[in-house]
Design a protein around this ligand. Structure first.
Ligand SMILES: Nc1ncnc2c1ncn2[C@@H]1O[C@H](COP(=O)(O)OP(=O)(O)O)[C@@H](O)[C@H]1O
Ligand SMILES: [Mg+2]
Length: 329
């Protein structure tokens, strides 16, 4: 498109605060705003609308479609533009719809993950058992013993992942009791504070000492606390400050647990994916990507909520837990 016309198009449309894209008769993207590009995770204005939207019909007017490869439903409108071009305006899903969508997706992933972990766990137990038996029969300095040790080491790693996965998808809630959440955090932290990851991190405690007891499963809640604190420390790469905060929200009869760090924050493009099992930005086997998926599962089993608030220099993970859980499984 000649640059003068392109400029015109851009000038008129820049003020629209919804995703829009201009496509030619074949559906090729000619122009689009930033919101459109970031909505579809595109780096530049390139591609075809049929690769972005599923069951997208070309008729003018309103349409309902799905974002390709995600099942995320959305609506929009197609407006005829000059020279047979079409302007596609998209109404992104509301925050509520998005949350609902995310929740369904995570629940489905969690179920699948739990299922797979269950199927894999038993054969892995067998592998470990037989490898250990084999090891007993081998001279300890032999090459074969080295190989068997490697099998044991790798199978053990698989076992740890399978166990963690079981935690993502586990359906039953375990036994619930009355928990002093402040105490649980302090105890949990005392187990890890000697770790070198925390050596140069300032911990600021902002615990509400009038916090009521909360209904929960202590080992799961310990895991939740550990995962959030570890993530904060990892984001800080060992240097910075973490605020650990609790409070009670009387109107909702819920307790609130927050872990705040002054690390780099979570970039907007990965933000929707952080709770997915196996999503990690940590390379070299440092992350499994299961920490937040496990947290999500635990919070759901406690009928609570987990939210994240993030920008460069500040990330807050906030967990809300109802003080009393009615009708838990
Ligand atoms: N406090 C945080 N600050 C910045 N990024 C975070 C924070 N917590 C989690 N993340 C991001 O979320 C991703 C997923 O976290 P998690 O599920 O715990 O997996 P892992 O820690 O193994 O990578 C991390 O890889 C990281 O990119
Ligand atoms: Mg983690």
């Amino acid at each position: 498109m000649p640059s003068s016309r392109k400029k015109n198009v851009v000038t008129i449309l820049t003020r629209i605060k919804a995703p829009w894209g201009l496509v030619d008769t074949q559906g090729n993207l000619i122009e689009a705003n930033e919101i459109f590009l970031s909505f579809f995770n595109l780096k530049k204005t390139k591609g075809n609308i049929h690769d972005l939207l599923e069951n997208f019909s070309e008729d003018y007017g309103f349409f309902k479609a799905k974002r390709k490869n995600t099942d995320m439903p959305l609506e929009g409108v197609i407006i005829p533009y000059e020279d047979g071009l079409k302007l596609i305006l998209i109404k992104p899903p509301s925050r509520n719809e998005l949350e609902q969508f995310q929740m369904e997706k995570l629940a489905a992933m969690g179920n699948l993950a739990g299922h797979i972990a269950h199927e894999i766990n038993n054969p892995l137990g067998g592998i470990l058992l037989y490898a250990n038996l084999l090891k007993e029969d081998l001279p300890s300095q032999s090459l074969q013993a080295d190989y068997v040790n490697k099998i044991i080491k790798l199978a053990t790693r698989c076992r740890i992942i399978a166990k963690a996965l079981l935690n993502v998808g586990r359906r039953e809630s375990g036994t619930f009791e009355q928990i002093d959440f402040n105490r649980l955090i302090i105890n949990m932290f005392s187990l890890v504070e000697e770790h070198r990851l925390f050596k140069e991190i300032d911990i600021i405690w902002e615990l509400d000492h009038t916090l009521p007891l909360v209904h929960g499963n202590s080992s799961q809640l310990e895991q939740l606390v550990l995962n959030l604190i570890t993530n904060a420390a990892e984001a800080l790469e060992g240097k910075g400050r973490i605020i650990i905060r609790t409070s009670y929200l009387s109107q909702e009869d819920t307790i609130i647990f927050e872990v705040e760090d002054n690390g780099p924050g979570i970039p907007a493009e990965i933000r929707p994916r952080i709770f997915e099992p196996f999503f990690t930005t940590k390379s070299g086997g440092k992350g499994t990507g299961l920490g937040l998926a496990i947290c999500y599962g635990i919070v759901k089993r406690h009928q609570g909520e987990i939210q994240v608030e993030t920008r460069p220099g500040q990330t807050i993970f906030r967990v809300k837990l109802p003080r009393v859980i009615l009708n838990y499984e």
